[in-house]
Design a protein around this ligand. Structure first.
Ligand code: ATP
Ligand code: MG
Length: 420
């Protein structure tokens, strides 16, 4: 079994007196990997990326976190605060665990304690961990080192009877309310409960980079979340109706990017004032094609921006048939605007499914705030549901749409929304 000290060289990983709490229980966080474990040959590269993302996610906490890759699990040890202020390590481990719930590529996040490799220490830690639990319980023990003096079954029984004696909880092995896990490793024992589900998916960055066209609406943040979960590091591009509208939609885009930043850190938001370009399209006679022509110009601007960011795809929140600009014919006309692939992770979802995901990832409340979306400006009385590509190209030729897209991309203002 390999134990790789990653964050800083850790030579002796037995529990040293100065590293454990006074009772010999060192609070730490255990992370179970998701799909990454399936990735065979490239696995080390993926693990390194995941470790980087873990460090990014805790960077601003002021807690020194050591990352250990072990067989199928990552152990995070907290070394106390960097500024020298004594900090309760359990609280620090709680804060780190909380951040891990949002890191892509993790299947489970468990608060654990690490104790000396000794049956009594393991039993004490397990009994302490069961304090305050409710309902029935079970103990599952596992030995990676078979030289441990107790078998897994004996260890589970010893712990189970102590917990029962101490707290009187009923044992239920088939569907317990709480399960206490004990893992005997080569040099130490980890004790933990179920913990929380992680986000699953793949580490952000593993699939490359993309640019998300993000309105202030419900769909595009959910689309961004889905693509981040498939390993794309996402930047965000928002078009405001300014100077024809107020800045409200920009505030929403900023708030949404902040929420989404929890899943990847270091997000970049670009804002393009689009009102004058919309007016130019209207003046060149877009008529019923106004909406689709606007969307094509957004995509062209996105492609110009993607080139600068070295992003390999655009992402939109389109869902087939949801609004008139999203008929199959119109989507085909949108694809024609750029050569870059346009990823549409919501294409087959119902609005109600998108809304419940937006609620779960905490973007819904922001999306529901009132604003004047740029698409609601200059809306024709009837929107063309079967846009013809030749007609769109003619409108675009009248205003040199490709040059205009370059200008719009160059005029974008960048923001770094950070986490909430
Ligand atoms: P959303 O809820 O994401 O706004 P929607 O159902 O309102 O989507 P549309 O307004 O037709 O649908 O927009 C479809 C997609 O086009 C959006 O999901 C988004 O990717 C992109 N888009 C629309 N408006 C903007 C904007 N103002 N800025 C950036 N992207 C936009
Ligand atoms: Mg919209």
């Amino acid at each position: 079994m390999s134990v790789l000290p990653i964050a800083s060289p850790v030579i002796d990983h037995a529990v040293a007196a100065d590293e454990a709490d006074a009772d010999g229980h060192e609070p730490c966080v255990l992370l179970k990997l998701g799909e990454i474990v399936l990735k065979g040959r490239n696995r080390q590269q993926f693990e390194r990326l995941l470790h980087d993302n873990i460090r990014r996610a805790v960077r601003d906490l002021g807690i020194e976190v050591r990352v250990w890759q072990r067989e199928g699990v990552i152990v995070l040890r907290v070394a106390g605060s960097q500024d020298g202020v004594a900090q309760d390590r359990a609280t620090a481990a709680d804060a780190v665990a909380e951040r891990m719930k949002y890191v892509m590529g993790l299947a489970r996040v468990c608060r654990a304690v690490r104790v000396a490799k000794d049956p009594d220490a393991a039993i004490d830690a397990a009994v302490a961990m069961a304090a305050g639990c409710e309902g029935s319980f079970a103990v599952r023990a596992r030995r990676r080192d078979k030289r441990f003096p107790l078998t897994s079954a004996d260890l589970a029984v010893a712990i189970g009877s102590k917990i029962q004696q101490r707290y009187g909880y009923p044992v239920n092995l088939s569907s317990p309310d709480t399960t206490v896990f004990v893992e005997v490793d080569q040099r130490e024992v980890f004790v933990f409960t179920e913990g929380w589900p992680g986000q699953g998916g793949l580490p952000v960055g593993m699939s490359g980079r993309a640019l998300v066209l993000m309105s202030g609406g419900i769909d595009s943040p959910v689309a961004a979340y889905r693509m981040m979960r498939r390993g794309l590091r996402c930047s965000f591009l928002h078009f405001s109706g300014m100077p024809l509208t107020g800045p409200e939609s920009v505030y929403k885009a900023y708030g949404l990017a902040r929420q989404l930043d929890r899943f990847q850190s270091d997000s970049r938001l670009f804002v393009v004032p689009f009102g004058n370009a919309q007016r130019a399209l209207a003046s060149s006679g877009a008529g019923r094609l106004q909406i689709v022509a606007q969307r094509r110009l957004m995509l062209k601007t996105g492609a110009a921006m993607a080139r600068r960011l070295r992003a390999a795809a655009l992402v939109t929140g389109d869902s087939l048939g949801q609004v008139s600009s999203q008929t199959l014919t119109n989507i085909t006309a949108l694809d024609d605007a750029v050569s870059l692939p346009i990823l549409r992770p919501l294409i087959g979802l119902d609005k109600s499914e998108i809304i419940s995901e937006a609620r779960r990832i905490a973007t819904l409340a922001i999306s529901e705030l009132p604003d004047q979306d740029c698409c609601s400006l200059l809306t024709p009385r009837q929107v063309e549901t079967r846009a013809r590509i030749e007609d769109l190209r003619k409108i675009e030729a009248r205003l040199d749409a490709d040059d205009l897209a370059e200008e719009l991309a160059a005029a974008a203002q960048e923001h770094s929304p950070g986490r909430p």
